[in-house]
Design a protein. Structure first.
Length: 174
């Protein structure tokens, strides 16, 4: 059964690339070629836009499907906010479409202090991470954006250690 699920995910990814004509994350570019972070406005408990933060803070933008690994890593992102105070904001974006209940349940359970946004139609996820394949995380799902709105680095989270996260943020603040 697991083999069938893996085959389905691979086929869905190939189909996504074939239909879009680009590879996932291609619009954003690799960390070696920084690009301007596309602005967006998404609902949370209040309407939030990327632009709301960029004037005064660097942003760690994280796209998540709230799997077990992602939920386990949420505390480290909260710790990152505490370490850097007002100079950085962590913003999480749910890639689960209109599944607002899962997001609210995770926030209540894990008591995180960073904004959690809902990408109901998946368009912001597609612009940044190349779309969402159900039951998977986008390969590049965490974006480190400096105060000028430039994506300085991308990676996969929760595959980063706390030291890695802090080093990426230090680069943003230089």
């Amino acid at each position: 059964m697991k083999a069938q699920a893996v085959v389905a995910i691979v086929l869905a990814s190939v189909l996504l690339v074939a239909v879009s004509g680009t590879s996932p994350g291609a619009e954003v570019g690799a960390p070696s070629s920084p690009r301007t972070a596309p602005d967006f406005t998404l609902p949370s408990l209040a309407q939030i836009s990327l632009e709301d933060f960029l004037a005064s803070k660097a942003v760690v933008l994280w796209f998540t499907n709230l799997c077990g690994g992602c939920q386990a890593g949420m505390a480290r992102l909260d710790e990152l906010r505490a370490t850097f105070g007002d100079s950085v904001e962590v913003v999480a974006i749910s890639v689960l479409g209109e599944d607002e209940k899962t997001v609210r349940d995770a926030i209540a359970k894990l008591d995180v202090g960073f904004p959690f946004l809902i990408d109901a139609d998946g368009k912001v996820t597609e612009r940044y991470a190349g779309g969402y394949v159900p039951d998977s995380c986008p390969v590049n799902n965490i974006f480190f954006i400096d105060r000028k709105g430039t994506i300085v680095e991308t990676s996969h989270y929760p595959g980063l250690t706390q030291d890695d996260l802090e080093e990426h943020v230090r680069k943003l603040l230089r």
